[in-house]
Design a protein around this ligand. Structure first.
Ligand code: IMP
Length: 429
């Protein structure tokens, strides 16, 4: 049974959580394959809000196996807290429903300290990271000095590796970043507590996942962030430290690429981004404020206000091309109600050249001008719509135009946070 990958097609916060939650109803296993607790899903089920930073959105369906794959970076403090919060609400009743890769790298306190200190030093040129230590943890992984989840269970080896790392990081923190050093014994003691709390969940998730696929189980591979935050293909250096394209799912989850059959791209009906970096269709006026207010565009992880702007077909087109997106899930269409006219960016102009896809280099982003097309808006509420035909004619026209501009049909249109506020156009998986 092949796997489906779900990715964000913009700068993250497209509403992947709601879509994964919907698709998880028909899945057996849901796997996060990259990123860490820089991600945040806000899910509303039966009027109750749940924010998830690490555990896949499938966890709200009892019995689903949720996995954190080798490509994820895990802050044990956050994971333990999330498990406890879920249990307190009656979710995750059985240990075997959560599987944590022994190959995933740990985010430790020095990663957070370095992330935040660097951002402070960068001042106005900061990336605007989530401050969760994501970049420094991936740096250690690539430098081959990182400590993995499985290392927690080799107490002697763990102590040695941690001691070496804390020594090196403290030299960095004090010498280069002007920060106070961290106490090794304190980090060690906390890690020991997490070891026991995490023990029941830690396993070779790749092997379990491959066995699940071989056994005909239905698998969802849940991406975090979005295409334009991809470390190679996004707006570098204003990106996250992992690959967010569908191609990353195979390596990050530990399955062969051929196991992936379908890619669902999540796109918001307008565009948002948190943190610094290029954003051609950004609205810095009252309309941007209105989108932020109506769309509740504040980071689920950090609470930061998101920058808001028009739908950018160039960006989503790039995600479609790079990840071979088969179907779109279009979210938050309801937020556009009452805005008239609406604009869509169809291409960029770069020194007289028309670009249908984004430029590769950093500097070009500063010099391009978005090319817009205007569409009439609608005033009617979308609340009761359950089919495309229920939509006001102009909302329908907007959806049709987005689909044709990015070249992929929408299989689902979301018109509110609740599970039932969804128009299902065709089967998604
Ligand atoms: P980092 O991933 O914390 O290093 O942050 C790098 C950039 O990615 C910053 O601009 C963050 O705001 C952005 N970012 C990271 N995770 C998310 C996410 O889940 N949604 C939206 N933006 C994110």
């Amino acid at each position: 049974m092949p796997a489906t990958v779900i990715i964000g097609t913009q700068w993250g916060d497209e509403g992947k959580g709601k879509v994964v939650d919907l698709l998880a109803a028909d899945a057996d296993v849901v796997v996060r394959f990259h990123g860490g607790n820089n991600a945040g899903h806000t899910l509303v089920v039966n009027g109750e809000k749940t924010v998830l930073n690490l555990v896949p959105a499938g966890v709200l369906h009892p019995g689903r196996i949720c996995m954190l794959g080798p490509g994820v970076v895990i802050d044990p403090e956050i994971l333990v807290g999330e498990i406890e919060a879920l249990r307190a609400r009656g979710y995750l009743a059985e240990d075997r429903w959560l599987r944590v890769s022994d190959q995933a790298h740990l985010i430790l306190p020095y990663h957070r300290a370095i992330d935040n200190a660097r951002e402070r030093m960068r001042g106005a040129g900061s990336i605007g990271t989530t401050g969760r230590g994501i970049g420094p943890a991936y740096e250690d992984k690539m430098a081959r000095t990182g400590i993995r989840v499985g290392d927690l269970f080799d107490e002697v080896g763990f102590r040695e590796a941690l001691e070496r790392n804390v020594r090196e990081k403290n030299a960095h923190l004090q010498g280069l970043l002007g920060e106070a050093p961290l106490a090794f014994e304190e980090i060690l003691a906390r890690a020991a507590a997490y070891r026991e709390r995490l023990r029941p969940f830690v396993t070779d998730t790749g092997a379990e996942l491959r066995a699940a696929l071989a056994g005909g189980r239905r698998v969802l591979l849940e991406g975090a962030q979005g295409m334009m935050l991809d470390v190679d293909h996004g707006t570098y250096p204003f990106v996250t430290s992992s690959n967010c394209v569908a191609g990353a799912a195979a390596a990050g989850a530990g399955v062969p690429p051929r196991a992936i059959e379908r890619v669902v791209g999540i796109a918001k009906a307008y565009t948002t981004r948190v943190g610094g970096g290029p954003f051609p269709t950004e609205l810095t006026d009252a309309l941007g404020d209105r989108l932020r207010a109506d769309g509740d565009e504040y980071g689920a992880t950090t609470g930061r206000p998101r920058r808001c702007g028009w739908f950018d077909a160039v960006v989503v087109r790039q995600a479609v091309v790079l990840s071979a997106v088969d179907q779109l899930a279009l979210t938050k269409l309801d937020v556009l109600t009452g805005i008239d006219p609406l604009r869509i960016c169809t291409a960029y102009d770069l020194a007289g050249r028309r670009l249908e896809l984004p430029p590769a280099g950093g500097r070009a982003w500063e010099r391009l001008t978005p090319q817009y097309e205007e569409l009439p808006g609608w005033r009617e509420s979308l609340a009761g719509a359950r089919t495309l035909d229920d939509l006001p004619a102009n909302a329908r026209r907007y959806v049709d135009r987005l689909q044709s501009l990015v070249g992929v049909p929408a299989a689902l249109v979301s018109i509110g946070a609740q599970r039932d506020q969804t128009i299902r156009v065709r089967a998604l998986s």
